[in-house]
Design a protein. Structure first.
Ligand code: BYC
Length: 335
């Protein structure tokens, strides 16, 4: 859907920047458009650094969507009922769709999908830290919907106003689907909380394991965030990592009360003066360990992803052969 006005590179080849020279006039026109809150489209001139930042963020986001299929996919064959299985399959499939929109949006910046996937598979590219933790019980599926998708929505709603058009438009649809994901997770947990004591314990255990990881998902504190300042100036990020984290905490505490679970933080307390909840310290060492490849499931996630890609090669080959056949047919008919 983003490719109509652009020629997308062949597999395996990156495209050179369309506008290698950056004249003061071009930069001024770009800055003026950003200042007026206008959108930058694929055909427009943009500084190379803006393009690179977008490719980094959008491709990491796409990788997160497809790696994010794995922890929950783990439970499809063990869902407790047909209804829950159908919902989970649909949700995991949605995540693949999100990856698809996002890779397409990144391609409009002149990057080949195969290069982005190579970067993921070789361990060079990042994806969200959150998907490197194991899903130990069925309650984890509900908690991922409620907290992980909840955190994702909080982060992604402002991206619907991102200055880069294709990313912003992709995010509108992603956010609609994510909000369904969040509600299905919460509803599934509500059902468990109305069940037996061991079901309630299972939910509490899952919340205890995921809560801090979800707070870290928003990225490092603003003071340590390498890209935030520039990305906010360019209208890529609209709200800082810390502000989003705070909004997430404030929105989630009342939901936890309704659900009847406690959040595992003795410092979590309403602060009347700030009009926000205070919360404890995040373990940033653990976060960076995970981001840098040493979390509990990093190796397993990458190995599964690489295997799935290799096993899907025949599908890509078949699709390509079919497209070439159709193309030849059209040419013969036109001749
Ligand atoms: N995990 O300067 P900073 C989903 C990296 S998908 C790993 O603040 P930035 C879902 C960061 O990349 C969820 N790495 O960076 C899917 C940077 O490293 P590089 C994904 C992280 O870009 C399926 C360095 O730390 N959402 O929700 O300004 C099922 C410094 O950080 C993380 C998105 O991708 C992390 N958590 O801000 C269910 C949203 N945090 O690149 C759910 C789009 C930071 O210099 N992305 N890093 O090597 C963003 O909004 C921003 O990229 C971030 C980071 C807020 C994540």
């Amino acid at each position: 859907m983003y490719t109509q006005a652009l020629s997308i590179p062949d597999e395996g080849r990156s495209v050179k920047p369309i506008h290698p020279k950056e004249s003061p006039q071009q930069i001024q026109a770009f800055e003026d458009r950003i200042a007026a809150d206008g959108r930058i489209e694929p055909q427009d001139w943009m500084p190379e650094a803006y393009r690179k930042t977008l490719v980094r963020q959008i491709s990491q986001h796409a990788h997160s969507e497809i790696v994010g299929m794995l922890p929950e996919g783990n439970w499809i064959s063990r869902a407790p009922s047909l209804k829950r299985k159908a919902i989970l399959i649909a949700k995991v499939q949605d995540e693949a769709g999100h990856g698809q929109y996002l890779y397409s949006a990144a391609e409009t910046l002149g990057t080949a999908r195969s290069d982005m996937l190579d970067a993921l598979h070789s361990g060079k590219a990042k994806y969200s830290s959150i998907f490197n933790y194991p899903t130990l019980s069925w309650a984890d599926v509900g908690v991922i919907g409620w907290l992980v998708d909840g955190a994702a929505i909080m982060n992604q709603i402002p991206l619907c106003r991102c200055s880069y058009g294709p990313y912003a438009r992709a995010m509108i649809r992603v956010c609609k689907e994510e909000s369904f994901h969040q509600r299905q997770g919460y509803e599934s947990l509500l059902a468990m909380m109305q069940g037996t004591q061991s079901q309630r314990d299972m939910v509490q255990d899952a919340v205890n394991r995921w809560w801090w990881k979800c707070l870290a998902m928003f990225g490092p504190p603003d003071t340590d965030s390498a890209h935030s300042e520039q990305s906010m100036r360019w209208g890529i990020k609209r709200i800082s990592n810390d502000e989003l984290r705070q909004k997430f905490v404030d929105a989630t505490v009342p939901q936890a009360k309704v659900l009847g679970v406690s959040l595992p933080d003795p410092h979590l307390k309403w602060n009347e003066a700030r009009g926000h909840y205070d919360f404890g310290d995040i373990d940033w060492d653990e976060f960076w360990q995970t981001v840098n490849g040493h979390g509990p499931c990093n190796r397993e996630r990458l190995a599964t992803r690489v295997k799935a890609h290799a096993q899907g090669q025949w599908v890509r080959d078949a699709a390509l052969a079919y497209a070439q056949k159709q193309e030849r047919k059209l040419q013969q008919e036109a001749a």
